[in-house]
Design a protein around this ligand. Structure first.
Ligand code: E4P
Length: 218
């Protein structure tokens, strides 16, 4: 399973990259706003800076909601760097835009997926990635992981090439469960990735090894 980090924070992206397990980055307008990135030039520079840090796909989301706006913005974003993936919302014009970009060889991430029907539509339109938001489904007492399972079955039935990018990952168990189900990619915060490191028996075991190593007088 590929690991993407879900942030526009350059320090966190650098930290995840330094761990040696990062395959890409996802951003969205809320994450960009959190970093106080304003104005076209800053936005452009920020995406380019992210692409310099990580050697993998970087999702940049369009803001427009009409087909023409999404095409114009998406083409601009895609021209910034070969690693840019155009993130398009799951709305009617978004599906048309995904089809358009896929025919032009521009990678897409169809976002705000909350049902297997939406995921099927995105795959048929040729999306590179589909982003089911599991955390936000959990928030409304719906099983986000069940959605990943359903999409996995549908894509496997018809051999769709679209990658399932489990998004809105909130914690470490989400990552483990997504891996069990067979999500192709997960995107989450650095804390969820670092949570994979932790086990009290590892910490206790290392403490004892280091204590015993003192008697070795190295
Ligand atoms: C996906 O690409 C989104 O950026 C993201 O995963 C949304 O996560 P949230 O529900 O934690 O905002």
């Amino acid at each position: 399973m590929k690991f993407f980090i879900d942030t526009a924070n350059l320090d966190q992206i650098k930290e995840a990259q330094a761990l040696g397990v990062l395959d890409g980055v996802t951003t969205n307008p809320s994450l960009m706003a959190k970093e106080r990135i304003t104005g076209k030039e800053s936005i452009t520079n920020h995406y380019r800076n992210i692409c310099k840090i990580v050697d993998g796909d970087v999702s940049a989301e369009v803001i427009g909601t009409s087909f023409d706006e999404m095409i114009r913005e998406g083409e601009e974003l895609a021209s910034l760097h070969p690693q840019i993936v155009v993130k398009v919302p799951m709305i009617k014009d978004g599906v048309k835009a995904v089809k358009y970009f896929s025919e032009k060889g521009i990678k897409t991430n169809c976002t705000l997926i909350f049902s297997s029907g939406q995921a099927l539509l995105a795959a048929k339109a040729g999306a590179t990635y589909v982003s089911p938001f599991i955390g936000r489904l959990d928030d409304i007492s719906t099983d986000g992981l069940l959605l990943i399972e359903e999409i996995r079955r549908i894509y496997d039935n018809y051999n769709y090439k679209t990658d399932i990018l489990a998004a809105s990952v909130r914690h470490t168990m989400h990552i483990i469960n997504c891996a069990k189900i067979g999500a192709d990619v997960m995107t989450g915060p650095l804390s969820a990735i670092e949570g994979l490191l932790k086990h009290p028996l590892t910490d206790n075991g290392l403490k004892k090894f280091l204590e015993d190593a003192k008697s070795m007088k190295v």
